[in-house]
Ligand binder design. Structure first.
Ligand code: 6PG
Length: 242
């Protein structure tokens, strides 16, 4: 099994702690004047996000100079419990980050229109703050049980996109079955670090497939000129016996 660079930790709490430290390190060491972190949706990162807002971590983060983006969004109203942006805002952004530093994906209009609007927002941020550096300091990603990342599903034409940074996706492969807006592989890979967070026994099978080089979206996501790391808990790690 040719696993990519991986750190396996005992449990979900240890994964959240290690991820928080990596987020902090990337923010503090950021080469550009403004730091940029691209968050992931789904349920796995909630513990990390809550940790960043906790009394132990919150004072360590230079909130004024960190900008927060999102890797994908479901086409649902902003306040829907299914909204990835809403989850991140409630878990830590609303309490900790200046509103002008929070760049959630819009869901007004069609997914393609929303994708174009978010690409413009990313391009403006890039031109203003990231001259010559990768677009992001850190990109977080989870993995779906079908091997998708962000909203790039297996066999989706969006996987082949090389020019656009953000695209609309009409059909999701997994619940919730709503259209999506997603960053593309070149955009997600334009980062100093791409950090996967994967926890729980339910992810062992898909990780086994990803780590044996099956042609799945998760196998194609990596930092093009930076570090790619997989943070797992033991329950998700297909290399251990259970
Ligand atoms: C989404 C996500 C998606 C997610 C994975 C893992 O909007 O659904 O961004 O890519 O990260 O499906 O989700 P869980 O953490 O809930 O397992």
């Amino acid at each position: 099994m040719s696993a990519p660079p991986t750190i396996a930790l005992p449990d979900v709490a240890a994964v959240a702690e290690a991820a928080a430290q990596r987020v902090l390190d990337r923010i503090v060491d950021a080469p550009a004047a403004a730091s940029a972190v691209c968050l992931t949706g789904g349920s796995t990162p909630t513990k990390l996000y809550e940790l960043l807002a906790s009394p132990r971590w919150r004072p360590r983060i230079p909130w004024a100079r960190v900008h927060w983006f999102l890797g994908d969004e479901r086409a649902v109203p902003t306040e829907s419990p299914l909204s990835n942006g809403s989850m991140a805002r409630q878990a830590f952004l609303d309490a900790c980050a200046p509103p002008e530093n929070v760049h959630m994906i819009p869901t007004a209009g069609t997914p393609d229109e929303a994708a174009r609007a978010y690409q413009i927002e990313l391009e403006e941020f890039n031109a203003r703050h990231r001259k010559g550096f990768p677009l992001f300091d850190l990109v977080l990603l989870g993995v779906g049980s079908d091997g998708h990342v962000a909203s790039l599903f297996p066999a989706s034409p969006a996987l082949a996109e090389r020019l656009r940074w953000v695209v609309g996706v009409e059909h999701a492969n997994l619940t919730p079955f709503v259209p999506r807006i997603t960053l593309t592989l070149p955009c997600l890979g334009n980062t100093g670090e791409l950090l996967f967070l994967v926890t729980g026994q339910g992810k062992r099978d898909i990780l086994r497939r990803v780590f044996t080089d099956e042609d799945l979206p998760a196998r194609h996501a990596h930092a093009e000129h930076g570090e790619t790391m997989w943070l797992l808990d033991e329950a998700a790690d297909p290399r251990t016996t259970q």
